[in-house]
Design a protein around this ligand. Sequence first.
Ligand SMILES: C[S@@+](CC[C@H](N)C(=O)[O-])C[C@H]1O[C@@H](n2cnc3c(N)ncnc32)[C@H](O)[C@@H]1O
Length: 218
Amino acid sequence: MAEINLLRRYPKAKRNIEKRNSVQGAENIAIARQYGREYFDGTRDTGYGGYRYDGRWVAIAEDMVEHWGLKAGDRVLDVGCAKGFLVKDLMKVCPGLEPFGLDISEYALLNCEPEVVGRLHLGNCLRMPFPDNAFKAVIAINVVHNLEQSECVAAVREIERLAPGRGYIQVDSYRDAREKEIFLSWVLTAKTHYDPAGWNQLFGEAGYTGDCNWTIIE
Ligand SMILES: C[S@@+](CC[C@H](N)C(=O)[O-])C[C@H]1O[C@@H](n2cnc3c(N)ncnc32)[C@H](O)[C@@H]1O
């Protein structure tokens, strides 16, 4: 298992931590965890505040194609694909590639990018409806931490099953008390969170041999 940052060219998010902290409560957390309109296209109090395609995943898709040596005909799965932005950009940067997505949000799939219609599956990453070793790579960016701890282990096992040694999992994390405090004042959907050592332990428990990295709010 290697720590590698495939999102190094992702633009830095602008977050108003104080504003979120003042509205972050059980009600907004419950709304966010429905992964409906309010989460994607409502206000920043309950989620993204507008989850719109702007091309930012093109650079990340390029790095992924290079990392795994992806080529036409290879199947790739984006777990927690939302509206399919990464799936669309993988198609763009690697003509002939066969990227697919899976997400629990019917809202996201009903509002996906036109280019990815038919490529996105409605489902839960706890049990994904694909055969063993079905993909050249499986990507899960900021989705696994939304599960309870025991479910995280099951989801990571699924990712390993679908692409042994060829997963990329990125999860919320923090390296010290200050970062943990900032994380706790921002978080809406994550149910499981650790420092990198804690995540590495969980990945080990799941028998994960792919790559990983952390989403850290600094
Ligand atoms: C923080 S968003 C990340 C979306 C996208 N990967 C990105 O980085 O922009 C988390 C996504 O995971 C999805 N999700 C949450 N729980 C899930 C589950 N159990 N199975 C599949 N998808 C899930 C949500 O609907 C949402 O689209």
